[in-house]
Structures are given as C-alpha cells and as structure tokens.
Design a protein around this ligand. Sequence first.
Ligand code: CA
Length: 111
Amino acid sequence: MFGYDTTAPGGLVAGSASFTIMVRDDNGDGVLSQTEKHGNCQFTATFAVDPDQGNGVFDDMCGYGAATSGNFRFVNPPGTNQIMIFGDLHTYDCEQPVEGLPWSWIKALYL
Ligand SMILES: [Ca+2]
C-alpha cells in the first residue's frame, strides 16, 4: 500500500503498490554478498490508485503510475532505507457518467 498526502490540491492519494528490487551480481559467482546487497540496487514500482482509500480531491479518483530509483540499498535492521524515487502518477475521475443510449442505437452499430 502507498499513501501520499498532498497540500495543493488537498487530499490523500492512496492505493496499492508493487515493487521489484534488482541486485547486481558484481563478481558473477551466483552468491548474494554483503557488498552486493548494500550497493546501489535498481528499484522499480507500479502503483494503482484506489478511490476508496483516498480523500479530499482524490475521493473519487482512479489512477496508475510507476517509479524508479537506482539508489536502493538493503540495510541491516533496525536501520531503514530512505530513497528518492522518480516517476509519474496519473489520476482521473472514475465516476464519469455514461451517456444513456437506446438499444436501437447500439443495434445500429452492428447492422
Ligand atoms: Ca556475487
């Protein structure tokens, strides 16, 4: 899950996130060494905005996005890793009304 509280426009944009961390096997031995684990790893993530988890201007917003960073480093507990990620998050109104059409119009499309 992710959540980002915005100030302008005001509201919480939130939803689910999935991510992948790629660690380079620098010496090609097939073993994850400490130096490889603590080196710069490639981080990629995708986001799906959930309108039920957002609020404010994001109350009825759907959306998607992706982000990346080449500076992820595993740290040993209780340490934490903070990274700056770069990417895009696109939102749109998922409550858009559907135009009402008679069945005769729809049938006309297939004649
Ligand atoms: Ca290795």
